[in-house]
Design a binder for this molecule. Structure first.
Ligand SMILES: C[S@@+](CC[C@H](N)C(=O)[O-])C[C@H]1O[C@@H](n2cnc3c(N)ncnc32)[C@H](O)[C@@H]1O
Length: 312
């Protein structure tokens, strides 16, 4: 791809005259040492084309909140995309307070979906941190469309965007929402500030009235019936020296599962395989996930009477 080719593309059919756009890229080509050079060439070609066809030169910059053009370049192959999300799609926009080490919202939703939860039985989330897992479970059981609380996507700045159709589709999604979750959702954390953050985030997501929050050690979390799912996302201890401190915590998750959670399916989401072994129970399923670059596992423990005796 070169400047002349990019100049031939009818950008005026896509971008707003006098609008704002951002160019992002992923480039692997021996002759290009710095992505910024490729971005700049494309940005100039777009601006020159827009100026000649509309009489107005659009603005460009690093923000993702309007039109976003993505340049994907591998050796001699170049593909240019209109990025319809802009800001990453996993940002649902409810998490105003991330507290510490929050899970990506889309990852949390995928992890909840990978459990055996049927949206009817209790979903219990000790160590809830900023509440992402419990909030995603609540949204799911209310059939709320992911991203419904987000009001800006890059596709809204596309010239062909039809706001009437969008409003209609959005309303269609809203009418299928249930008034409240059909399941009991419980979230707790030892840290008061974590629970405060989780409550605030749940309020933004419109589900704060449907999650029972409590500040307590995970072992004190209320288990309403011997049924449903219990999901924990303990710290991974990836910093030097932290792993040793967390061994007892992982071991006590195993004890808690055996003593208080018989009848439930237990889940531990962790990015530390060494620590996960300290849970000391036999896994019934292991699902692979990536949290950014961290190789993680969602470990499932089927907790029945006999599993009290199973170690391994
Ligand atoms: C990795 S964070 C969870 C992040 C959460 N999934 C989110 O998306 O925000 C681990 C949480 O475990 C909590 N925690 C650590 N030890 C605990 C304990 N003994 N009992 C309850 N919570 C604990 C921490 O306060 C922290 O909020």
């Amino acid at each position: 791809m070169n400047y002349e080719q990019a100049l031939k593309y009818p950008w005026e059919d896509i971008l707003q005259p006098g609008g704002y756009y951002s160019v992002q890229s992923s480039v692997k080509n021996d002759s290009i040492k710095d992505n910024r050079f490729a971005n700049l060439k494309l940005k100039d070609a777009i601006a020159d084309r827009m100026k000649s066809k509309t009489g107005q030169r659009p603005n460009s910059g690093p923000l993702f909140d309007k039109s976003v053009i993505f340049l994907f370049w591998r050796d001699s192959e170049v593909t240019i995309y209109y990025d319809t999300s802009g800001e990453t799609i996993s940002r649902r926009s409810y998490r105003k307070n991330p507290y510490k080490a929050p899970m990506n919202e889309a990852l949390a939703a995928a992890a909840v979906q990978s459990t055996s939860w049927d949206s009817l039985k209790p979903f219990i989330n000790p160590m809830c941190g900023s509440g992402t897992v419990a909030i995603e479970a609540a949204l799911m059981s209310m059939n709320k469309a992911p991203g419904i609380s987000r009001y800006n996507f890059s596709f809204m700045h596309h010239r062909q965007f039809n706001s009437m159709t969008y409003r209609m589709l959005r309303n269609e999604a809203i009418v299928t929402e249930k008034k409240k979750p059909m399941a009991r959702i419980i979230a707790s954390d030892l840290n008061l500030n974590a629970v405060k953050a989780a409550r605030e985030n749940a309020k933004e997501a419109g589900v704060n009235n449907y999650i029972d929050f409590k500040v307590c050690d995970f072992r004190e979390t209320h288990i309403p019936e011997q049924n449903g799912v219990i999901f924990l996302n303990p710290e991974y201890g990836l910093r030097l020296g932290d792993e040793e401190k967390l061994r007892d915590l992982y071991a006590s998750i195993g004890d808690f599962f055996k003593k208080k959670c018989i009848g439930l399916n237990g889940y531990v989401f962790s990015g530390n395989a060494n620590l996960s072994k300290f849970v000391g129970l036999k896994t019934s399923r292991r699902t692979e996930f990536y949290n950014g670059k961290i190789d993680c596992r969602l470990l499932e423990y089927t907790l029945y009477e006999g599993s009290r005796k199973v170690h391994g």
